[in-house]
Design a protein around this ligand. Structure first.
Ligand code: NAD
Ligand code: UFG
Length: 323
């Protein structure tokens, strides 16, 4: 299959591109490099530098590539930034999604795998979260992802697009070559590991008054390689619709820090601070649908293994991609 990967210079996109290439597919990466890294694009893929907000750029790139399928990662993905600058998120994530949908229609490409998020559920009505839980985002980032799903659904009804919505929970870990290097970094695991590396003095725990056993937020941490594998399966199967991707295990912020202390053998000092706006207490996936329909089974469900892979990558790339 020839696969067109938007956002393939980013964290999850780089690992998925590699996995697709290893599975025998060919890949064209389309990325503005605004928040990605040239060095994160596997040398076997062709990189087209372009911005999805430029309708002509994505239309021309897709027409030239003539792919069998599109995997759409490209987006801005900071919840906090989306609260400060919602227009940026709607323009980039929703505007970019509309341009992509139009370009796919014009090029006659039907198959789409879209990076959605558990952030579309907001404060979930029930946990573990299955795909039928109502989507009620509590920040513009989550809303932008939900609106993209809506756009792609209408293109499905009107033009026969075949969209798959992979709603990731908390992506983490690394493969042997590609890892997590967001600028700025806001995610818990890379920040905790930066403390162990001596690049930050301490980790700040945002809130210890949540309705959880130790008072800190619970998340479902899913290895980026398992996410990548779900994309390969979604592309190779004739399916559409939403799939929640998580391990089904919840770990609190304190549990993640404790596990990182074990893996890194570093004290990792922690301080507490008030809640970060927009954080739900507990997000844990029910991913039976992905397991049954896609045949997906996470290979790396154990938190210490996930941390170990992220730690190995950090130790080899203390400056990330170093650009
Ligand atoms: P990332 O920031 O590392 O990668 C995103 C890539 O998209 C970057 O390389 C960036 O340059 C590119 N990009 C952004 N806007 C673009 C545009 N207009 N045109 C072209 N390229 C553009 O992000 P990530 O952590 O790899 O996340 C990938 C996707 O998965 C995003 O859509 C994100 O919303 C979604 N997601 C991530 C998580 C997570 O835990 N990281 C969880 C749920 C969903
Ligand atoms: N946290 C801290 N201290 C930090 C950073 C994070 O206590 O320095 C806490 C957060 O408050 C949260 C938990 O650690 O309770 C996890 O936070 P992350 O920022 O690592 O991840 P989020 O759960 O906020 O969000 C991530 C991605 C989103 C995605 C979401 C769900 O950033 O793109 O997972 O998929 F939508």
């Amino acid at each position: 299959m020839k696969v067109f990967v938007t956002g393939g210079a980013g964290y999850i996109g780089s690992v998925t591109t590699r996995r697709l290439l290893d599975a025998g597919h060919s890949v064209v990466v389309f990325d503005s490099l605004e928040r990605g890294h040239r060095a994160a694009v596997d040398a076997r893929a062709r990189l087209v530098a372009g911005d999805l907000r430029n309708a002509a750029a994505i239309r021309d790139a897709l027409a030239a590539a003539r792919p069998d399928a599109v995997v759409h990662f490209a987006a801005f993905a900071y919840v906090g930034e989306s609260m400060e600058n919602p227009g940026l998120y709607f323009a980039n994530n929703v505007g970019g999604g509309i341009n992509l949908a139009e370009a796919m229609r014009l090029a006659g490409v039907k198959k789409l795998v879209f990076s959605s998020s558990c952030a579309t559920y907001g404060h979930p009505e029930r946990v573990p979260i299955d795909e039928k839980v109502p989507q009620r985002p509590i920040n513009p980032y989550g809303e932008s992802k939900l609106q993209c799903e809506g756009v792609f659904r209408w293109y499905e009804r009107i033009y026969g697009l075949q969209p798959v919505f992979l709603r990731y929970f908390n992506a983490c870990g690394a493969d042997a070559r590609f890892g997590e290097d967001h600028r700025p970094e806001t995610h818990l695991i890379p920040l905790v590991l930066d403390v162990a590396l001596g690049r930050r003095p301490q980790i700040t725990i945002f809130g210890e008054d949540y309705a959880t056993p130790d008072g800190t937020c619970i998340r479902d941490y899913i290895h980026v390689l398992d996410l990548a594998q779900a994309h390969v399966l979604a592309l190779e199967k004739s399916v559409s619709g939403p799939f929640n991707l998580g391990n089904g295990d919840g770990y609190s912020v304190r549990e993640v820090i404790a596990a990182a202390r074990e893996v890194t053998r570093h004290a990792i000092p922690a301080v507490t601070a008030p809640r970060r706006p927009g954080d739900p207490d507990r997000l844990v996936a029910a991913s039976a649908q992905a397991r049954e329909v896609l045949g997906w089974k996470p290979e790396f469900p154990v938190l210490s293994d996930i941390l170990q892979s992220a730690w190995a990558w950090k130790c080899q790339h203390p400056q990330g991609y170093g650009e």
